[in-house]
Design a protein around this ligand. Structure first.
Ligand SMILES: C[S@@+](CC[C@H](N)C(=O)[O-])C[C@H]1O[C@@H](n2cnc3c(N)ncnc32)[C@H](O)[C@@H]1O
Length: 387
């Protein structure tokens, strides 16, 4: 067979007691029905070798009908069954490709990836400056009372390595009847004006990580809205951590929808951490400043973190704290010792406490004087423990 000498074929052999004239006529008829590159039969003594490469499986299945009725249908049946028994193939041009399909696929995917498919296409034509700046000494290791939107105006562009924060549930917005429709619009406008500043002050290669609980009771997917905001601003969405709080104390069901599909109330025991990178995913740093160990790394790159909610909210007098373990995982997995860490909604100072304890420099901002005092107290206790 000419083409088998130049092209690769898959081979299968069928063995019979003997091949008679009808068998030979069947083989000849079969071969004339199929292209040489597709499938051909080669008789050899009492054996029939099937050489096949790219097979139109529907044509193969129906070949019994198309072949002359006087032929050996058992032989044809054996051929069809043997080819159908081969389960490794690719699909190309409507045919089963039994040869080199894996190689073709790999090469094709690789070439396609390199030439036409960009990762994080939405951030490719960003205009973030690559020049990073020093963080001012007067803001280093400070807790500041104020509105982050205003305070951050004093911070230079591209000067912070990592931002970790959880947004407030409101901005002190009063809930008046005539504001109903605009309440959440105003809320997100205010939040995004702080996030705009956050993007500006983050270094090229720096990270912004937002802990967010969707506003389930108002059916507002805040984690999606926030991610969409950062994507629109051409940050790279690096991924998302599901923080499993195992908190089953939440509301069960709205009365009236109990055990009914009319309007079941979904329960959530988790929150999200949305992770964004400015400019590029790789963050430069010295090996000596890495403080995550192998066990922690293996465990924490699995992006579902089971951590109990903060139990000391009463003691610290803050209703919406995240636990220190959450901040510790974020800081050790995404920043180096000595990095500058900002929390623009620092609350009782969980981020700044962990930053100080793990040898990072920090800036914490909160609009509440009371919370800032708590944050200062927690920092003092870290310093005491370190002495
Ligand atoms: C969810 S809490 C953060 C709690 C913090 N992660 C902790 O563990 O304590 C959000 C904080 O944002 C603060 N906040 C609200 N509006 C602010 C603003 N415009 N600027 C700075 N902080 C603000 C609130 O006072 C509140 O403490």
């Amino acid at each position: 067979m000419k083409s088998s000498q130049t092209k690769a074929f898959k081979e299968l052999t069928l063995t019979y007691d003997r091949l008679d004239k009808t068998d030979m006529a069947t083989i000849a008829s079969f071969n004339s029905a199929f292209d040489q590159d597709e499938v051909q039969l080669e008789p050899n003594g009492d054996q029939v070798t099937i050489l096949f490469r790219q097979v139109d499986i529907r044509k193969l299945r129906s070949c019994r009908k198309t072949l002359n009725g006087t032929l050996n249908s058992k032989l044809v049946q054996d051929v069809v069954a043997a080819i159908e028994g081969v389960k490794s193939y690719g699909i190309a041009n409507g045919k089963r490709n039994y040869v080199d399909y894996n190689k073709e696929r790999k090469v094709k995917d690789r070439a396609k990836k390199v030439s036409s498919r960009s990762p994080y296409f939405y951030a490719q034509n960003h205009t973030h400056s690559e020049t990073n700046n020093d963080f001012p000494a007067e803001y280093t290791d400070k807790i500041i009372v104020g509105d982050s939107k205003d305070i951050l105006k004093n911070i230079p562009d591209n000067s912070i390595d990592l931002i970790f924060t959880s947004p407030p549930y409101n901005f002190g917005l009063e809930y008046a009847e005539n504001q109903d429709a605009h309440y959440w619009e105003t809320y997100f406008d205010q939040l995004f004006s702080v996030f705009d500043e956050c993007i500006r002050v983050t270094k090229y290669g720096g990270r912004i990580i937002v802990n967010v609980q969707p506003l389930f009771s108002d059916y507002i997917p805040s984690h999606h809205l926030i991610s969409n905001f950062f994507i629109q601003k051409k940050l790279i969405w690096k991924g998302e951590v599901l923080w499993e709080k195992n908190n089953y104390n939440c509301k069960y069901t709205a009365w009236g929808s109990w055990k009914s599909p009319s309007n079941p109330y979904l329960k959530y025991t988790w929150e999200f951490l949305e992770i964004f990178c400015k400019g590029e995913m790789k963050k430069p740093g010295s090996r000596d400043d890495i403080d995550i160990n192998a066990e922690e790394f293996k465990k924490w790159v699995v992006a579902k973190w089971s951590i109990a909610p903060e139990r000391k909210m009463g003691e610290y007098g803050h209703p919406a704290m995240f636990p220190e373990e959450l901040a510790e995982r974020v800081l050790k997995l995404f920043s180096y010792r000595g990095d500058i860490v900002l929390d623009p909604f620092n609350g009782s100072g969980t981020t700044t406490t962990v930053a100080a304890r793990t040898g990072r420099r920090y800036l914490g901002i909160d609009i509440s004087e009371e919370y800032c005092k708590t944050a200062e107290r927690r920092l003092e206790s870290v310093q005491c423990r370190m002495i």
